[in-house]
Design a protein around this ligand. Sequence first.
Ligand SMILES: *[C@@H]1O[C@H](CO)[C@@H](O)[C@H](O)[C@H]1NC(C)=O
Ligand SMILES: *[C@@H]1O[C@H](CO)[C@@H](O)[C@H](O)[C@H]1NC(C)=O
Ligand SMILES: *[C@@H]1O[C@H](CO)[C@@H](O)[C@H](O)[C@H]1NC(C)=O
Ligand SMILES: *[C@@H]1O[C@H](CO)[C@@H](O)[C@H](O)[C@H]1NC(C)=O
Ligand SMILES: *[C@@H]1O[C@H](CO)[C@@H](O)[C@H](O)[C@H]1NC(C)=O
Length: 349
Amino acid sequence: MEITSSIMIILLLPLYSISSSITSIYLQTKMFQEIQTCENDNYHHPISEHQVVSQIDCSRLCTSVEECRQFMFDKQTKLCSLFEASENCFSAGDIQHKVCYRQKSICNSTKCSRCPVGYYGDQCENIIVDCRDGRDRSVVTIKKQRSYIQPSANGSVIEVLCDFKWGKTLIMRRTTLCKEVDFNRTWNEYVMGFGAIHAEYWLGLENVFNILQNFPTANVLNIILRDGYTALFQSHYRGFDISNDPNDYTVSISGFDNGTTGDSLTNGIYSINGRPFSTYDRDHTSHNCPGRFHGGWWYLDDSVCSRANLFGRRSGYTIESTCHWQDDFGLETNFTTIEMILKRWQSGP
Ligand SMILES: *[C@@H]1O[C@H](CO)[C@@H](O)[C@H](O)[C@H]1NC(C)=O
Ligand SMILES: *[C@@H]1O[C@H](CO)[C@@H](O)[C@H](O)[C@H]1NC(C)=O
Ligand SMILES: *[C@@H]1O[C@H](CO)[C@@H](O)[C@H](O)[C@H]1NC(C)=O
Ligand SMILES: *[C@@H]1O[C@H](CO)[C@@H](O)[C@H](O)[C@H]1NC(C)=O
Ligand SMILES: *[C@@H]1O[C@H](CO)[C@@H](O)[C@H](O)[C@H]1NC(C)=O
């Protein structure tokens, strides 16, 4: 999830030369081929697509569109696609002739009028720590989109999905609109994060830990489950926290606020409170829970493992390996969307 960039092109735009000179800087980033991209997913769709003559025209178009932060250009078909945000580009077709550029900034001699989503300040020198910080500082205009955040002052800048209207940071997202990502991963992958920002992903235990460190007592874990594309169920867990790596990212939750999902995380003897994270290569259970559930989790050291499986498969070989949530629904497995979201009770700095 780390940011990589290479070639820098600087475009001086004659369009604005009457009043002052405005500099648009674009950085070339990576092109990824996706066999099946996300369908009808607002997070992935371009703002617009245009037939243009050259790559420079494509960059000029991006500069002229207020929301544009990235463009993808097909050198063969001359198709120019503009996007609201994101580091890298994903395309279903052949990527050999496609290039991806993200906007670094648009500035005149004194001030930047456009920064990458999540950055702010006259020279885009600051960056938000999480999506709630972005909401509190009003640094964004589009309510739901991908953003850069830097949870820890000297840590890396990462990309995440944000709902800036409510200050929600999506630490995990699964949706049947996108190609399924395998959540049967190693300890190291769960620590670093995996998947793709425009599709299904897990942000990574270390990143989640760093986000939680900023406002230690104010964190809320919000779980959203969609059954079909309309029915939405959700619950809130107050005082959600995880410990650091040497302590195996042990989870603690101080309370459940009844929601429409019921409580599959802190329910009596099935409470995951105080449990370390487990993966198939670092299993803290004596019941092969990561193997049986097909993913990592804060599993109980009990043959039940957990009453929730959010990191399983869409359709597993067994009920327990299929994504499920046991309480209130009965044993519900048919989810079209699963989201784990961090929110805060208190306002930011
Ligand atoms: C630079 O841009 C800012 C806002 O975009 C504007 O207010 C300011 O007048 C511009 N300064 C110059 C010297 O053009
Ligand atoms: C970040 O790095 C700077 C300079 O190296 C240092 O002064 C500061 O204490 C560090 N901050 C944190 C939170 O580690
Ligand atoms: C699962 O949800 C999908 C989408 O709403 C629906 O078409 C399908 O019939 C459901 N399957 C079951 C077994 O409920
Ligand atoms: C929460 O529980 C209270 C009391 O049992 C009930 O009145 C309320 O409707 C519940 N709220 C939700 C969202 O389920
Ligand atoms: C998870 O992946 C490992 C390594 O590829 C494999 O050995 C194991 O069988 C997988 N587990 C499941 C439940 O598919």
